[in-house]
Ligand binder design. Structure first.
Ligand code: NDP
Ligand code: 2IT
Length: 441
């Protein structure tokens, strides 16, 4: 469709280095062509042109003193992408590889993900090029405090509500919330992912991984299958990967691997509950590396995608599965790709996988459980009423089922559900309708 191609060319001319952002826009806009073709107002009101420009981009210097007394300088960002359906909402990522491109792609994706949750949340994303690996707790605290010294000017419970993402977990949110509270003089829900001891929601920590498996269960059920005995390869060993593993083991699936940026850990007969508990301790408490774990087969420098499995669950980062990995998965007869991470499969890989009948369950639907429970944390903060873990988990299950059903409805092909297209159409529709209602803004 001409309008879509014109915009894709326009953003690649204007922002030639923003490859991840282009990829995210291309995937959404090409999928929603059937919807745009039936809605003249999308073109008439320049909805696509407006959707690719963030509402605003905030970039700032984070200078801070490390334990040795040296002053270090990092770059921080918050991209407030689109608040058509609610206050900006989305995580903060601390990783040395990030750039504005990363946050534009993540903020764009977040806008449509949040729309799928049916909760009132717009899209935003932010973070810093800070490398927390090998840092002392004191350094992490100083950095988080310095980061919030600037960020606090741009957030608030009804305006922009950040949470965690890669490199930002409960510890970092605690340091940042402490500083936010001090600077603003307010105790409110301006951040989610807080500890339940100071306003956080139970199950938020687990929500992304658990939600991913609830989504997968719905998709399997739609196809007349279930999880029992299915072999699963997981990448990543962080918040999302570990909780996805926990839920899979609980559902009697076989978890064959975890990985980090240095290598993968292979469990030929499936990881046991006890082994997973030890890995939680190693990663969450000791903050160690997978290479330090003595059980399983540690494969230095190797990704997990060559391990034969029925279900692949990428839970580390973007573009983990490209053409080559996709071909290996196809050769090994993998049937499902469950994107716990944001955009872990490249566009080309998705094409190849779809052509071979592999179902790709897209990140913006699969991992939406995290932001959904963040939404529920906002509700609990706003009403001053904490919910029980059971209540949050029930609500999470309901939301994931609803997102699954929205994806099924959105798929143009009803014989073989295209979950990627279904998610894109359902999310896009909701954001576009709100934008059209506001007129030219
Ligand atoms: P964590 O920081 O807890 O864990 C990240 C894991 O991924 C680590 O094992 C890390 O390995 C690995 N990893 C990170 N970057 C790379 C890389 N460039 N190459 C290889 N491995 C890498 O992050 P989360 O588990 O929270 O996030 C994982 C994914 O899930 C991300 O895509 C995130 O955007 C997405 N997500 C997270 C949500 C949440 O609630 N936390 C919600 C929705 C999506 P190492 O330690 O070696 O760096
Ligand atoms: O990518 C994501 O959805 C997140 N990192 C979680 C965002 C949130 O606000 O909980």
């Amino acid at each position: 469709m001409q309008a879509v191609q014109t915009i894709l060319k326009d953003i690649s001319d204007k922002y030639p280095h923003e490859r991840d952002f282009h990829q995210a826009v291309k995937e959404v806009f090409e999928d929603v062509i059937p919807y745009i073709e039936n809605n003249d107002d999308i073109e008439k009101l320049s909805i696509l042109e407006r959707m690719v420009e963030p509402d605003r981009v905030i970039q700032f210097r984070v200078s801070w003193q490390n334990q040795k007394g040296e002053i270090e300088v990092n770059r921080g960002w918050r991209v407030q992408f689109n608040n058509a359906i609610g206050p900006y909402k989305g995580g903060l990522r601390f990783h040395p590889s990030v750039s504005l491109d990363t946050f534009k792609f993540l903020g764009f994706e977040q806008t449509f993900k949040n729309a799928l949750t049916s909760l009132p949340m717009g899209g935003g994303k932010g973070g810093a090029d800070f490398d927390s690996k090998g840092r002392s707790d004191a350094d992490i605290m100083s950095f988080c405090h310095a980061f919030m010294l600037e960020l606090h000017k741009h957030i608030g419970p009804d305006y922009d509500v950040p949470a965690g993402d890669i490199g930002v977990g409960g510890r970092e949110i605690g340091y940042m919330f402490g500083m936010y509270k001090k600077l603003s003089g307010r105790f409110d829900g301006a951040l989610t992912g807080k500890s339940p001891s100071f306003g956080g929601s139970l199950i938020r920590k687990e929500a992304t991984g658990y939600g991913a498996i609830y989504f997968l269960e719905n998709a399997l059920k739609h196809n007349g299958e279930d999880l029992k005995g299915k072999s699963c390869v997981i990448s990543g060993a962080g918040n999302v990967a570990l909780h996805a593993a926990k839920k899979l083991i609980e559902k009697e699936a076989k978890v064959l691997s975890l990985s980090d940026s240095k290598g993968s850990l292979y469990f030929k007969d499936g990881m046991s509950k006890d082994q997973l508990e030890e890995l939680f301790e190693l990663k969450e408490i000791k903050r160690g590396r997978l290479s330090e774990y003595s059980q399983g087969d540690y494969r230095d420098g190797q990704e997990p995608w060559d391990i034969e499995c029925e279900i692949a669950v990428p839970c580390a980062t973007q573009n983990e599965i490209s053409e080559e990995e996709a071909k290996t998965l196809i050769k090994n007869k993998t049937k499902w790709i469950v994107e716990g991470a944001n955009m872990p499969t490249t566009a080309q890989a998705v094409k190849i996988l779809h052509a071979e009948g592999v179902s790709v369950l897209p990140g913006k639907a699969v991992n939406a459980g995290g932001v959904s429970v963040s939404g529920l944390e906002r509700t609990q903060n706003a009403t001053y009423l904490p919910w029980t873990a059971e209540k949050v988990d029930e609500k999470l299950k309901e939301i994931m089922k609803d997102i699954h059903d929205l994806c099924v409805d959105g798929s143009v092909n009803q014989e073989k559900i295209n979950y990627v297209q279904g998610a894109n159409i359902a999310g896009f529709k909701r954001v576009a309708e709100a934008m059209m209602a506001y007129g030219s803004l």
